[in-house]
Design a protein. Structure first.
Length: 167
């Protein structure tokens, strides 16, 4: 099982096809290091939305390949490889990590106060966050690229349950 999704050559080909210059990233070791970080980030961010189960069970490092996974059109995703959507999303995330090192693993401390005012008496309104995702950088293109293989993109049907039809 691979420790990262994609290859350095695939990274360059993907971005070149989209008109992005990646000639500055000709060191395969550097690109593969960022692909590893991006693969870990993809797994952490989308793990709960991937259908099916890992092929290699607990010994498998990455979330893909998976058994029983389906795409948004309810077609089976082969369990002998990594879907193109996961690889392409990794290429998108890796580019962000190359351009701005550490962007995929930002530590943050939320601001305690939303608003503070002193008008004769002190008042403070505290911030509330549902999750770290509310305050961290979002990469919409990554989410759009990987969306077809996320279980939540099929509505209420899970990759393991299928649909029920009343006759």
């Amino acid at each position: 099982m691979a420790d990262l999704y994609g290859t350095a050559a695939g990274f360059r080909s993907y971005h070149t096809a989209r008109g992005r210059s990646v000639t500055a990233y000709d060191d395969d070791v550097e690109v593969e290091a960022k692909l590893l970080v991006a693969s870990e980030w993809i797994d952490a961010k989308f793990r709960m939305s991937f259908g099916g189960t890992k092929v290699g069970q607990r010994a498998q490092v990455r979330e893909w390949p998976r058994n029983g996974a389906m795409d948004r059109d309810c077609y089976s995703i082969p369990s002998d490889g990594v879907p193109l959507e996961a690889i392409n999303a990794t290429y998108e995330a890796a580019l962000r990590e190359l351009v701005t090192p550490g962007v995929l693993s930002v530590d943050w401390t939320p601001n305690k106060y939303k608003r503070v005012s002193v008008d004769g008496a002190v008042s403070a309104e505290y911030n509330s966050f549902d999750s770290a995702a509310d305050t961290q950088t979002q990469f919409l293109i990554v989410e759009q690229v990987i969306a077809p293989i996320l279980a939540g993109s099929r509505g209420n049907m899970s990759a393991l349950s299928g649909a029920i039809t009343r006759v």
